[in-house]
Ligand binder design. Structure first.
Ligand SMILES: CC(C)(COP(=O)(O)OP(=O)(O)OC[C@H]1O[C@@H](n2cnc3c(N)ncnc32)[C@H](O)[C@@H]1OP(=O)(O)O)[C@@H](O)C(=O)NCCC(=O)NCCS
Length: 157
């Protein structure tokens, strides 16, 4: 079911428990509570998406560099995936990036995360590199990351 209306807000320390609950359901290797708290302490760009009744539907966090943003985490509540919510958050991220004078957005995604890779590719991100053994994987193995980039000058304003 698609939420009737939803709204993005800056992520606050008080959101972390609800964010963590989604994170732990969405990933085999989730971020820790400390990862989120450190990101907020570092003043990373972090927003939560809530439905009109206040339900947390998703969130994203990004780190600003020189004329670029690095998307660190974007996650949608599992039962609300496939409804365009990632696209909605990517639009917000792109608006923030432009407002901060950024020319490019970077992200890493697990090579095996075909769904996310497809969402990013359809949004306009290009696969520009590979980071070997970047992520932890099952049984002590490692998984490569695909490095993706969205050049803002080339994407629709
Ligand atoms: C990857 C992830 C963020 C994508 O979020 P999402 O909200 O499902 O993505 P969207 O709905 O915007 O797009 C997904 C699909 O739904 C389709 N869609 C968009 N609007 C839709 C709508 N109103 N109704 C039905 N489907 C819709 C999109 O076209 C897209 O289809 P495609 O994959 O065939 O291109 C989400 O699956 C997720 O949180 N996964 C777990 C965490 C994760 O892997 N994060 C990324 C780490 S790099």
């Amino acid at each position: 079911m698609r939420p009737v209306s939803c709204c993005l807000h800056a992520m606050q320390a008080g959101d972390v428990e609800a964010v963590l609950a989604i994170e732990q359901r969405a990933y085999e290797f989730p971020w820790s509570r400390g990862n989120f708290i450190d990101s907020l302490s570092a003043c990373y760009l972090a927003q939560v998406l809530r439905s009109a009744d206040g339900t947390l539907l998703g969130y994203f966090l990004a780190m600003q560099g020189v004329a670029e943003l690095h998307l660190l985490n974007i996650t949608v509540l599992p039962e609300c995936q496939g409804q365009g919510l990632a696209r909605l958050m990517l639009d917000a991220l792109q608006t923030l990036a432009r407002a901060h004078g950024c020319e490019q957005i970077w992200l890493e995604v697990r090579q095996g995360n075909e769904r996310a890779r497809r969402v990013y590719a359809r949004y306009g991100f290009a696969e520009v590199g590979l980071r070997r053994a970047y992520y932890p994987a099952a049984e002590g193995r490692r998984e490569d990351a695909v490095l993706m980039s969205l050049r803002l000058a080339e994407s629709a304003a």
